[in-house]
Design a protein around this ligand. Structure first.
Ligand SMILES: CC(C)(COP(=O)(O)OP(=O)(O)OC[C@H]1O[C@@H](n2cnc3c(N)ncnc32)[C@H](O)[C@@H]1OP(=O)(O)O)[C@@H](O)C(=O)NCCC(=O)NCCS
Length: 188
């Protein structure tokens, strides 16, 4: 089954093994990793492993981070999506986490906000969950702004491995029409 989400400017679809070069470009950039707590990739083989890891989540959980493509060019610009988390995080277990990561060239154009709004809509209308959560490292203002513009509220601050993080949540019914773009889900 292939499912696509279409927004005004974007197509979202599952990440494919053939996305390896774009994934490497994304994840080898130290600036992209500034607030992510990990190390940038140094070898394209690591991108293959990341893709395998993400695709295993599709198989196990039916969802995971998806590729974000520019609608008119088909260019891979980053990823965004829901991850089903089963490990405890700030007192929560078994919940949908929203995340996103874009190639630097495409920052500041509203793409993360557009993708985040689409995923909020997908979570409530297609998956039917009651809540979505997200976290940002304190100082990642761009990511804070994405979540606030997508309708999340800052619910808590907590320490993760000694680093201060913001905890965001959005509950079903809190997503108003202005914040949720209309999305089209195509299943073939
Ligand atoms: C965080 C990230 C996804 C934001 O992507 P983006 O497409 O540039 O975000 P948007 O264009 O939708 O911007 C959202 C808002 O944040 C603002 N913003 C963007 N970059 C900003 C920055 N560096 N500082 C402050 N505000 C910023 C934008 O102005 C916009 O608000 P506005 O519409 O009122 O102007 C992108 O910077 C990224 O990929 N960073 C590296 C990975 C990462 O940190 N992921 C999130 C982990 S929690």
């Amino acid at each position: 089954m292939n499912t696509f989400i279409e927004t005004e400017r974007l197509i979202l679809r599952g990440i494919l093994p053939s996305d390896r070069e774009a994934m490497f470009r994304l994840d080898s950039d130290p600036e992209v990793h500034c607030y992510l707590g990990g190390e940038p990739l140094t070898d394209i083989g690591q991108a293959d492993e990341v893709i395998r890891f993400i695709r295993r989540q599709y198989a196990d959980n039916g969802i995971g981070r998806w590729a974000v493509l520019h609608k008119h060019t088909g260019t891979f610009i980053g990823w965004a999506g829901l991850k089903w988390l089963t490990e405890p995080m700030n007192g929560h277990t078994h919940y949908y986490d929203l995340g996103y990561r874009f190639i630097k060239e495409f920052w500041g154009k509203g793409y993360a906000t557009e993708a985040a709004r689409a995923w909020v809509d997908y979570a409530f209308r297609i998956i039917g969950t009651d809540a979505v959560y997200a976290l940002t490292e304190c100082g990642n203002t761009a990511s804070d702004n994405v979540l606030l513009k997508a309708g999340f509220r800052l619910a808590d601050r907590f320490e993760l491995e000694g680093v201060a993080h913001n905890w965001y949540e959005i509950k079903k019914g809190e997503c108003n029409a202005r914040q949720c773009t209309s999305i089209q889900v195509i299943i073939s």
